[in-house]
Ligand binder design. Structure first.
Ligand SMILES: [Ca+2]
Ligand SMILES: [Ca+2]
Length: 294
């Protein structure tokens, strides 16, 4: 049950573990993260197919090294051997998706715009609460709709707020960005993608991709998008830890999106951020395309 939106620290540990579990070809870099993250000890196991298990975090750093050494890719080159074709099912051309009835009594509605189906027309992205459930919903300009119930949201401040659409993989269809939870000093940001006529969460390994964004005295976490190796579209997840709340040791994992799955493409060189400087800002906010969350 890794990846539930609980406290940000737990999410950090869980996602770091998940990331490294899929990082067989990044021996030296994976080891850097494992030994440098401190509280974010990875839970990677010896085989890439094993699910990350936060319970094994105590031995994570050693395991990450062992797992990486069995990787088949040369060290230093991103492992681009993915699990087969991952092209999303095509959105029906010339026809609309079915209309998903909107739940009665929806409240706390937020809206944003994005071209979720990639047809060139802006679609309406909606977040709302109906009863105990929170939903992320898209109303397609071409007709029809899709929605996803966000499990676990709606407790206290963990309401869903939609922020817009970003194109993580450069396929011209925008992924939905929504706050799906919050913790002390952080917001938990989730991504959703339209697959056919279904709106599904973007996942890392077997769990939903949910990124803590924000800053506390002891840590910062942020997401930026841009070009990775050979300018391929990429998402960068920054995580910083600090002993004094003033300077932060920052690790950055680079992901690429295939279909609904984020895959580790590499690890950036570690950096040191100071409160207020450029790296600190990047590592404590979310900024992809036109969506900025601070
Ligand atoms: Ca559209
Ligand atoms: Ca896209």
């Amino acid at each position: 049950m890794r990846g539930q939106r609980i406290v940000a620290a737990a999410v950090l540990v869980a996602l770091a573990g998940g990331a490294l579990a899929g990082c067989g070809g990044e021996g030296e870099q994976a080891d850097d993260v494992g030994t440098g993250a401190g509280t974010g000890a990875p839970a990677a196991s010896g085989t890439a197919s094993d699910p990350a298990d936060p319970a094994s975090a105590g031995t994570g750093a050693t395991d990450a090294t062992g797992g990486a050494s069995t990787g088949s890719s040369p060290a230093g080159s991103p492992s681009d051997a993915t699990s087969g074709p991952v092209a999303p099912p095509p959105v029906p051309s010339g026809g609309a998706c079915p209309e998903v009835p909107q739940a009665a009594g929806a409240t706390a509605e937020t809206t944003a715009a994005g071209d979720v189906d990639g047809d060139g027309d802006l679609d309406t992205i909606v977040g709302h609460q109906a009863g105990a459930d929170w939903r992320v919903r898209v109303e397609l300009a071409a007709g029809g709709s899709a929605e996803h119930v966000v499990p676990g949201a709606g407790v206290g401040a963990s309401s869903v707020v939609v922020h817009g659409g970003i194109d993580v993989d450069g396929d011209s269809s925008e992924e939905v960005v929504a706050r799906v939870g919050s913790g002390a000093g952080t917001q938990i940001i989730g991504l959703f993608v339209l697959q056919g006529c279904d709106l599904v969460p973007v996942v890392i390994e077997e769990g939903p991709a949910e990124f803590p964004v924000g800053a506390t005295v002891g840590g910062i976490s942020g997401v930026q998008c841009g070009g990775g190796e050979e300018s391929e579209p990429a998402l960068f997840w920054y995580q910083g830890t600090s002993d004094d709340g003033l300077t932060f040791d920052v690790e950055t994992i680079r992901y690429t999106l295939d279909g609904d799955t984020l895959t580790v493409a590499g690890v950036e060189p570690p950096g040191t951020a100071s409160v207020g400087d450029e790296l600190y800002t990047a590592a404590s906010t979310f900024h992809c395309d036109d969506v900025t969350i601070a």
